[in-house]
Ligand binder design. Structure first.
Ligand code: 13P
Length: 250
């Protein structure tokens, strides 16, 4: 059985006190979430310790949104995978389209980050997804395949088993425009087949999340698809009721 996951990517939102209030709200409603669903929150770096303290003793896991591509040293402004681990982070989002687009992250950078995350015992949530013009040109399979091959194909099966994949079509992020469940299922099945071409049966065990304008109203239809194991949620993760509403959608 693949792990069902609903992960919240808070991006650059909330102040520390607001983040703590948000997780307190999430934790107080966890009784409504089926016990086989894992919830993960990924706040900004500055919130990680306070949010982690608020999560102690709950079923909600802690993640970060990024980590450095260097282990330590003179890299002003960076946060290492080891530092995240020392703050009790379990997960780290890598390769989000906003990092690829605005901060120039390439497969080369992501290979370094992936290796450091895994060496430090973090579970990477690796994001893939095409831009609007790429989908319109019918290139979405090709783009997603390259994003998988250039990074995930460098892992050992033991490392791959630690990874969660998130498919986030860039045209659906923060736009209110969701992929239809059929569009999402089609590419999720393609991602699983691509993983299977390298890792065989292990591909059946890998959780593949959908991200892009996911909300309580569309999550049940998306999560009912065979190869969609949950969601990576942006805007709707900033409201406890919406985040819990999505987690109740299975
Ligand atoms: P939205 O849910 O706001 O579209 O963002 C999705 C996302 O980018 C999660 O990583």
């Amino acid at each position: 059985m693949r792990q069902k996951i609903v992960a919240g990517n808070w991006k650059m939102n909330t102040l520390v006190c607001e983040g703590v209030e948000l997780v307190n709200g999430i934790v107080s409603k966890m009784g409504e979430v089926p016990s086989d669903v894992r919830l993960i929150v990924c706040p900004p770096f500055t919130h990680i310790v306070s949010v982690g303290d608020a999560l102690k003793g709950s079923r909600v896991s802690l993640g970060a949104q990024n980590c450095a591509n260097q282990p330590k040293g003179a890299f002003t402004g960076e946060v290492s995978a080891a530092m995240l681990k020392s703050c009790c982070c379990e997960y780290v989002i890598l390769g989000h389209s906003e990092r690829r687009e605005y901060y120039g992250e390439t497969s080369e950078t992501l290979n370094a980050k992936m290796a450091l995350a895994l060496e430090n015992g973090l579970k990477p949530i690796y994001c893939v997804g095409e831009k609007l013009e790429e989908r319109e040109a019918g290139k979405h399979f090709e783009i997603v395949k390259a994003q998988i091959e250039e990074v995930l194909f460098n892992l050992t099966p033991e490392q791959m088993a630690q990874v969660v994949v998130a498919y986030e079509p860039v045209w659906a992020i923060g736009t209110g425009k969701t992929a239809t469940s059929a569009q999402a299922q089609e590419i999720h099945a393609f991602i699983r087949a691509t993983l299977a071409s390298k890792f065989g049966e292990l591909a059946e065990e890998i959780s593949i999340l959908y991200g892009g304008s996911c909300k309580p109203s569309n999550a049940p239809e998306l999560f009912s698809q065979k190869d969609i194991d949950g969601g990576l949620i942006g805007g709707a993760a900033l409201k406890a009721d919406d985040f819990i509403g999505i987690a109740k959608s299975y």
